[in-house]
Design a protein around this ligand. Structure first.
Ligand SMILES: [Zn+2]
Length: 83
C-alpha cells in the first residue's frame, strides 16, 4: 500500500496561483481576516485553505486552495507593500 508516496503536503490544496501559476504559500484564514475589510470576510470559507501569491506582478494576492475564490490586490483592502 503506497498511501504516502511522494507527498510533502499534508493538505491536498493546490498552491499554484490561478493567475500566474507561481507556487504560493499557504496561509491561515486569520491572516486574510486580519487584512480584509469586513465585506470580504463574508466570502471566506473556513473549510478552505488559502494561499498567498508572492508574485508582485500578479493581480491576485490570495486565493483559496480549490481556486473557487480569489482576492485581488485591486479590491478595496490593504494592499501589499514591497521593498
Ligand atoms: Zn499569482
Amino acid at each position: 500500500m503506497n498511501c504516502c508516496t511522494a507527498s510533502n503536503n499534508t493538505k491536498v490544496a493546490k498552491t499554484e496561483c490561478p493567475s500566474c501559476v507561481e507556487k504560493g504559500k499557504t496561509v491561515q484564514l486569520i491572516t486574510i481576516k486580519s487584512l480584509h475589510k469586513a465585506s470580504a470576510l463574508e466570502l471566506t470559507e473556513p473549510e478552505n485553505s488559502y494561499v498567498f501569491c508572492s508574485n508582485a506582478a500578479c493581480s491576485i494576492v490570495y486565493f483559496s486552495g480549490n481556486h473557487s475564490q480569489t482576492f485581488l490586490v485591486r479590491t478595496s483592502w490593504v494592499p501589499k507593500v514591497f521593498g
